[in-house]
Design a binder for this molecule. Structure first.
Ligand code: GDP
Ligand code: MN
Length: 379
């Protein structure tokens, strides 16, 4: 889950990292009030989850109230790289002496956190990493040891900071590390961290991404996500709500199963017989008819899916429940998509009977079901 700049900055501020004064607005009518609070000149920043807003016209400076309202009107009805701008962050303009890059992320290969720092912040860090790799300082942190003073000193020294600035940089790094841990983040990034003309360090941008698998530990963030699904599609939102594991793929055969292993094996079968999976959709164990209905509903809605292979091994899951869920989903969607169901296990006979009565093809052999699904997708 990615946080918006204004959400990230609010967290920064709670962890003692300085940010510019700012107000979030969502309609042009709010701009004059915002300018009264913030003063002039002001920076207007599009709150969209795309990188490089600066280059794409998403960061503008306003020198008068009139100019600000013109820019606000324009930006709030525009798109940045295809994403509608719904909110602006209106901020006091900071006088920048130097733009610094600072982040903490996870180096999975090293199994450590890594602090990245560079005096060449502001523009694409990837570009600098490629062109001038020596200008990026890397400090690795063993998660079992945690961030220590010597890490902080090593960072300051390598970046050429001393005295008061070094201690300011230190407290920012400590803040970022605590955010990483407290929020189960996999990235916290400040780019740029502005060194101001009066020797302060102010975070002008904020990028925080949270490990989705940890969202259950952060109900406040999960509810933010529910209100504003960000870059998730509607079907991903539905899947998350029901707790399905759902990965969207670009093939044309929908695949759904109970249990991750069975679902993956079903994808393998489809590939083996020459088909292209359009989904990995694991509805989990003990799936009730409502859950089956909701899950199949996701696949039936997708126009890019031509056929669907459902692979259910009933243990705790009851085949008759599954069958009823399938029938209800088909009826509700009024869909004519071809579905191929492999259904074995608990209450298998009852389940099959329900499918047959409703004209749905069932199989006991999953290879056969996969072959039929592939054939139907290529017709
Ligand atoms: P990004 O392009 O999406 O990363 O957006 P940023 O928030 O990083 O802003 C891009 C650039 O706008 C920064 O590198 C700064 O040069 C400039 N910028 C942003 N905020 C301010 C500010 O308060 N004052 C000044 N002078 N420049 C700013
Ligand atoms: Mn930035």
């Amino acid at each position: 889950m990615r946080l918006y700049e204004f959400e990230g900055k609010e967290i920064f501020s709670r962890y003692g990292i300085r940010i510019p004064r700012g107000v979030v607005i969502s309609s042009p009518e709010e701009i004059s009030e915002a300018i009264k609070k913030i003063g002039l000149p002001a920076i207007l920043k599009a709150q969209v989850l795309v990188g490089g807003r600066g280059k794409a016209g998403g960061i503008r400076i306003a020198n008068s109230a009139d100019e600000a309202s013109g820019i606000a009107r324009e930006m709030l009805s525009s798109e940045i790289r295809g994403v509608r701008v719904r909110r602006l962050l209106v901020e006091e303009a900071v006088k920048i002496a130097r733009e610094i890059y600072l982040s903490i992320t996870i180096d999975r290969g090293a199994r450590k956190y890594v602090i990245l720092g560079s005096l060449e912040g502001g523009i694409d860090i990837e570009e600098i990493a490629a062109r001038k790799p020596e200008s990026i300082v890397r400090i690795y942190i063993d998660p079992l040891i945690g961030l220590r003073n010597y890490h902080v000193r090593a960072l300051s020294n390598s970046m050429g900071f001393s005295g008061e600035l070094a201690s300011k940089l230190g407290s920012i790094v400590i803040g970022l590390y605590r955010i990483m841990i407290d929020y189960d983040a996999d990235l916290v990034e400040i780019n740029p961290l502005a060194l101001t003309e009066n020797h302060d360090l102010v975070a002008l941008d904020a990028k925080i991404t949270i490990d989705d698998n940890a969202l259950y530990r952060h109900p406040d963030l999960a509810s933010l996500l529910e209100k504003d699904p960000r870059d998730m599609d509607e079907d991903e939102v539905v899947a998350r709500k029901h707790g399905f594991s759902y990965v969207k793929l670009d093939g044309d055969i929908g695949i759904m199963g109970n249990g991750a292993g069975l679902t993956m094996a079903s994808m393998d079968l489809v590939k083996l017989y020459g088909g292209k999976p359009a989904s990995f959709l694991d509805i989990g164990g003990g799936a009730s008819r409502e859950r089956v209905k909701a899950a199949l509903g996701i696949l039936l809605k997708r126009r890019d899916i031509k056929s669907i292979f459902i692979n259910i091994y009933g243990g705790i899951t009851r085949c008759d429940e599954v069958a009823m869920g399938i029938v209800e989903a088909m009826k509700e969607a009024g869909s004519d998509k071809k579905i191929f169901v492999r259904l074995v296990g608990t209450r298998e006979e009852e389940g099959r009977k329900i499918l047959v009565e409703n004209g749905i093809k069932y199989f006991t052999d999953d290879s056969e079901a996969a072959i039929e699904a592939v054939r139907a997708s290529s017709r």
